[in-house]
Design a protein around this ligand. Structure first.
Ligand SMILES: [Zn+2]
Length: 271
């Protein structure tokens, strides 16, 4: 069940976007068993496997004022097939609890998004081989106790609704969720995530992904925070301190090294 993608850390993948996902147990059918057995070395029987489905993402604006385009969902639909499902973002072999054996886009033509598109969800179907070690996890999913996940992916373009800049290439001065004056009145800035670039992980988590307080952008791999909020935001002074501390530590280490080399020099000179 190990594939080369799993060597990547769950953090530190440049431009990785994290979103909350929800999951549910599902009944296994013959067709699904067939799809599962495309991913296994030896065919599995229905009684050997437990399956569940998860909504990985959709095309509605989320609470961080970002939305995936249908194109992004279509790309991600292909990219997520065959990916392993891990627990608590830990990418070791022991933590690969399930695998995505198929994905589908489920559109609801009666429900329109704020942008006027048919509301569409990217649904992943996952299977687990029933073993003693994952019996608890299966029971938790069946009982609806374990029902949250976190999805990590990257997209090719992140378009600003105010100026049209692709923030996956260059950050513009606008921040998702903030209001700006435009011709015809005030507009709330939203970011449109377009074109799936990579599917990093689907992780079952105890606590779903929460975006840090304050508005930030990290689409290019570099994280920037909104300056206005920075003054009042609790994590900024901390971050400032951390930087100062690490700078201090670096200075101290440098001084220590210089002192050590001086001592060495002195010792040599005194010989
Ligand atoms: Zn902009």
């Amino acid at each position: 069940m190990v594939d080369k993608n799993d060597r990547r850390g769950s953090t530190g993948s440049p431009g990785m976007i994290q979103k909350a996902a929800s999951l549910d147990a599902q009944e296994i059918t013959e067709a699904e068993l067939k799809a599962i057995n495309k991913h296994t070395l030896e065919p599995l029987a229905a009684e050997d496997v437990f399956t569940f489905k998860a909504v990985l993402c959709d095309n509605e604006l989320d609470r961080t004022h970002e939305k995936f385009t249908l194109k992004a969902l279509q790309d991600l639909q292909k990219l997520f097939v065959g990916k392993t499902v891990i627990k608590d973002h830990e990418r070791c072999a022991d933590n690969q609890v399930a695998r995505i054996y198929s994905t589908e886009l489920v559109a609801d033509p009666k429900a329109l998004t704020k942008a006027g598109e048919a509301y569409t969800q990217l649904v992943a179907h996952c299977y687990m081989v029933k073993t003693a070690s994952n019996a608890d996890l299966i029971a938790e999913i069946k009982a609806g106790i374990k029902k949250e996940g976190s999805v990590g992916c990257a997209v090719s373009h992140v378009y600003c609704s105010i100026c049209g800049t692709d923030n996956a290439k260059n950050y513009c001065r606008h921040w998702p969720g903030k209001s700006y004056e435009k011709e015809g009145g005030t507009q709330v800035c939203t970011f449109s995530l377009d074109g799936g670039r990579d599917a990093y992980e689907f992780s079952l988590v105890a606590v779903p992904a929460q975006k840090a307080a304050g508005v930030s952008k990290s689409y290019t791999g570099e994280t920037v925070y909104e300056p206005e909020d920075a003054a009042g935001s609790p994590e900024t002074p901390e971050e400032g301190n951390t930087q100062t501390d690490s700078e201090k530590a670096a200075t101290l280490a440098l001084r220590a090294r210089l002192a050590a080399s001086r001592v060495k020099l002195n010792t040599q000179n005194h010989k």
